[in-house]
Design a protein around this ligand. Structure first.
Ligand SMILES: Cc1cc2nc3c(=O)[nH]c(=O)nc-3n(C[C@H](O)[C@H](O)[C@H](O)COP(=O)(O)OP(=O)(O)OC[C@H]3O[C@@H](n4cnc5c(N)ncnc54)[C@H](O)[C@@H]3O)c2cc1C
Ligand code: SF4
Ligand code: SF4
Length: 286
């Protein structure tokens, strides 16, 4: 066999015509990959399949070439994971609801977003913001002698509630955002001094290429946007490099005016039902 990769990096094994090779073995463990197979779908009902045997679908609506048939999960685009399977289910349900109500499937309802301040007191937050360098906790395993005696025994025991809570403490709080309000800033530079990552710089504005290397921590990853505030009273701007921010909240704790706030970002996808229909709701074009 010879491995050939297409333009998407997808591998196919092509027979080279060489003679079969035989290997003597005591035992063979078969490790199979997972694949889709739809032999039970008649090929003349209008559902088209691609060269990989996967149904041809609209990526956004999950609609097949037979308009009233939708696919989701591993059956849609091949093996993925549970997060994708659930997301496909949501999107397909929205498509089906819109189709049954005579609405355009390509118009997708906009998700709702909210930012919620996390401050409770001067130094207290609604989320755990302690910086920890804890390594990933190991999932407890069953005693090896018991596991080896019975192939049907489950080896990973899973976290108990205490261990699960400890593991959850390692969360990086990516959902909590640093929100800056320029008009409240008195340019005391305290946030810049306290930031453990040198994520914040107060400096003269400039062209991006020239600005990036002169930040307190040079922001050399051009794929990560910088946040550049409007011009402040002294003529400087506040520049934040999100790439290195720990979401620790020290800037917001230190700020005497509340110009920095830590706000939880909530994204709510629209579910199938009245809310996903164009009639009477806010929608966004695909
Ligand atoms: C070994 C392994 C480990 C994985 N680990 C993870 C992981 O840790 N995290 C993660 O997110 N994902 C993981 N995945 C991927 C995840 O399991 C799949 O992406 C997910 O289960 C897909 O969900 P699904 O509903 O699309 O399909 P499935 O869960 O495969 O459900 C399809 C169902 O349809 C049934 N079915 C098939 N044909 C027919 C038919 N003709 N008639 C009626 N019923 C039929 C099947 O029996 C099955 O119950 C793993 C996958 C494998 C194989
Ligand atoms: S949250 Fe922490 S790391 Fe991020 S900018 Fe504020 S002080 Fe710096
Ligand atoms: S601590 Fe607050 S007021 Fe001071 S520079 Fe930072 S944002 Fe502005």
């Amino acid at each position: 066999m010879r491995a050939v990769f297409d333009e998407h990096g997808r591998r196919s094994l092509i027979p080279t015509g060489e003679p079969d090779a035989h290997f003597e073995c005591d035992e063979v463990l078969v490790a199979v990959g997972q694949d889709n197979a739809f032999p039970w779908i008649e090929r003349d009902i209008g559902i088209e399949f691609d060269k990989w045997g996967l149904p041809k679908l609209d990526e956004k609506t999950l609609q097949s070439t037979l308009p009233n048939v939708f696919f989701g999960g591993d059956a849609a685009f091949g093996p993925k994971n549970i997060i994708w399977a659930v997301a496909h289910g949501h999107e397909a349900a929205v498509s089906i609801d819109r189709m049954l109500n005579g609405e355009d499937l390509a118009v997708r309802p906009a998700p709702r977003t909210r930012l919620v301040p996390q401050k409770m007191g001067i130094h207290a937050w609604r989320y755990d913001n302690a910086i920890s360098v804890d390594r990933r906790l190991r999932v407890p395993l069953r005693d090896i002698s018991a596991a080896l005696k019975n192939i049907k025994i489950e080896v990973e025991l899973g976290f108990d509630p205490q261990l699960a809570a400890k593991e959850a403490q390692r969360c990086l709080n990516c959902d909590v955002q640093t929100v800056f309000t320029p008009k409240l800033c008195i340019e005391c530079d305290a946030c810049m001094d306290i930031c453990p990552m040198d994520s914040i710089s107060f400096t003269a504005n400039g062209e991006e290429n020239e600005l990036r290397p002169r930040l307190r921590a040079p922001a050399l990853n051009p794929s990560q946007d910088l946040y550049v505030s409007e011009t402040l009273k002294t003529g400087r701007v506040m520049v934040k490099d999100e790439d290195v921010c720990l979401h620790c909240g020290l800037c917001a704790e230190r700020c005497p005016t509340g110009a920095w706030d830590m706000q939880k970002f909530l994204l709510e996808m629209t579910h199938a039902g009245a809310g996903c229909r164009s009639a009477g709701t806010q929608t966004a074009s695909a």
